[in-house]
Write a protein that binds this ligand. Structure first.
Ligand code: ATP
Ligand code: MG
Length: 508
């Protein structure tokens, strides 16, 4: 029968201690389509996909491939059934070349050299066909994030994946890289492959999907197609209530500049100038958004402001105090709160519990001490407050952070960092990886802090976020300010051009 889905999951149930991660879930994919899984952080999307890829075993339910029941007990079995998974955190060996990574674990690799030539040729061929440009001899650590992802996709295609699972593949990509990826994915479905796509970015979901299935608290709560849906309707299906996609911003009278960056020069990891004669002021009570394609010096700028990276020229002032090249703790004491970009890597300790992670920055505070000893009651109360406020889904405060879903870890760290009323708040990619409901809350939170007189610098690649939040938008390109625009009058196209290095006076 032509209508038989290439893959069908029936009545899948999966329990973890204290959590029903998947509850009687039905999900299928037909050849040639993109079927998107949509849901809030912790809804059970990754769990369902890990079951399909053989990383977890379902407690109940079955998987059918081309109508036949199969048992997928490991990723090796999944691969033998032509299922591929692109994980959000890449599984590549950084010191090996592209070809070596693709060849790794292939059953036929005998006589490394001849084989590698064959592998390289096939990589170039597949790359040409699907727009996955790569040099097979490049060493992986030298590649940009988007290129590493192409290696992962090539790896799956090399193993003849017909069904490809993409778990938040765009979370780490720049808008240009997303466009390229979508080109590749459309080519793959045109060739009859089936794709499962997960993303929190609703415009991506609308642009790419053929069908959409919504999960909430482990259960399927709805189905949609892009022609009958809008960003708002999808958000509402996911969250179960109406969601504001852009925050209401009351007028605020801006005061003195609280953060002044003048003529800044900062070097990047590879010994090249990353921030080049960069000057900017952020006033108390305003949100200044920095738009730009990542890799244009944003990370180095943020690290320099936070005291984590040396400044070679120029200066940084916070509330009138020169903090150039001060230590991070000194900058924090002057009134900087910092939400780093690499929250999963720099922001938490995976084996520590939720409470312990909340305590990571606050351990010096007296409110958690009682005669020199930790006051566990106060710590619990404080952690519970943050968990409730940000609706971090966790079975208990004693759960190790590693068993939370990706987005819930992000929320927990944000909750910790966004506390209090700092003089200056520097937030890099504040809503990356978090769901719509949490993004709405974080945006409201930033707007509230703006009303309380915090000077806020938001670095983001998400133009919706930059336009929705900012009082002024600075576009950063190759370490410099390309221009500053007013979001009320500027267009996305203008900002997009500036992000690509076109000066505003040159654009129409
Ligand atoms: N290995 C595990 N041990 C215990 N609990 C787990 C484990 N993996 C997932 N969970 C729990 O199962 C639930 C579903 O998590 P899952 O990772 O599937 O969510 P998700 O929909 O992918 O969310 P996100 O958008 O944040 O990535 C969560 O409550 C999570 O804490
Ligand atoms: Mg997930």
């Amino acid at each position: 029968m032509a209508d038989t889905p290439m893959m069908e999951m029936r009545a899948i149930t999966k329990r973890f201690p204290g959590v029903l991660a998947n509850d009687n879930v039905d999900f299928d994919v037909r050849a040639g389509e993109v079927h998107t899984l949509l849901g809030e952080n912790g809804a059970g999307k990754s769990t369902l996909m890990k079951i399909l890829y053989g990383l977890y075993q379902a407690d109940e339910g079955e998987v059918l491939l081309d109508g036949e029941p199969v048992v997928i007990d490991s990723p090796t079995t999944a691969i033998s059934h032509n299922i591929g998974m692109i994980h959000q955190h890449f599984m590549l060996v950084e010191t090996l070349t592209v070809a070596e990574n693709v060849a790794l674990g292939l059953p036929s690799s005998k006589g490394a050299f001849t084989d590698l030539d064959v592998v390289s040729d096939h990589i170039v061929e597949l790359g040409g066909k699907y727009g996955l440009d790569l040099d097979p001899s490049a060493v992986v650590w030298q590649l940009a994030v988007g290129q590493k992802q192409r290696v992962e996709i090539l790896k799956a295609l090399y193993r003849e994946a017909h069904l490809l699972i993409l778990d938040e593949p765009t979370a780490v990509l720049t808008p240009q890289e997303v466009d390229q990826l979508f080109g590749t994915l459309r080519q793959l479905t045109a060739d009859g492959r089936g794709l499962i796509f997960i993303s929190h970015k609703l415009h991506e979901v609308l642009a790419l999907s053929d069908r959409i299935t919504v999960l909430r608290q482990g259960r399927v709560t709805g189905h949609a197609t892009p022609d009958g849906a809008t960003r708002s309707s999808l958000a509402e299906m996911m969250v179960g209530r109406e969601v504001k996609l852009a925050p209401d911003k009351p007028d605020v009278t801006v005061a003195e500049p609280a953060l002044v960056v003048s003529g800044l020069e900062v070097y990047g990891d590879r010994g090249l100038v990353a921030v080049d004669d960069f000057s900017l002021e952020v006033r108390a009570g305003e949100i200044l958004g920095i738009a730009g394609v990542s890799g244009n010096g944003q990370r180095e700028l943020a690290e320099a402001i936070a005291g984590l990276r040396a400044v070679t020229k120029g200066s940084i002032e916070i509330a009138g105090t020169d903090v150039t090249n001060n230590r991070p703790i000194e900058v924090r004491d002057v009134g900087l709160a910092y939400v780093p970009e690499g929250r999963m890597k720099d922001g938490c300790i995976a084996s520590f519990t939720v409470s312990e992670n909340v305590l990571l920055v606050d351990h010096r505070e007296s409110r958690f001490l009682n005669r020199g000893l930790f006051d566990f009651g106060a710590i619990r109360e404080h952690s519970q407050g943050l968990v409730d406020e940000y609706s971090v889904k966790t079975p208990t405060l004693e759960t190790p952070v590693r068993s939370l879903s990706g987005g819930n870890i992000q929320k927990l760290i944000l909750a910790r960092e966004l506390e209090g009323t700092p003089t200056v708040l520097l937030a890099s990619q504040p809503t990356r990886g978090v769901d719509i409901g949490a993004a709405e809350y974080i945006h409201e939170r930033l707007v509230t802090q703006r009303e309380e007189g915090t000077a806020i610098l938001v670095i983001s690649e998400d133009l919706d976020e930059v336009f929705g939040l900012s009082d002024r938008i600075a576009v950063m390109y190759e370490g410099q300010v390309m221009g500053i625009v007013d979001p009320a009058t500027a267009t996305r196209e203008q900002v997009g051009l500036m992000m690509a290095g076109v000066r505003p006076e040159l654009s129409p």
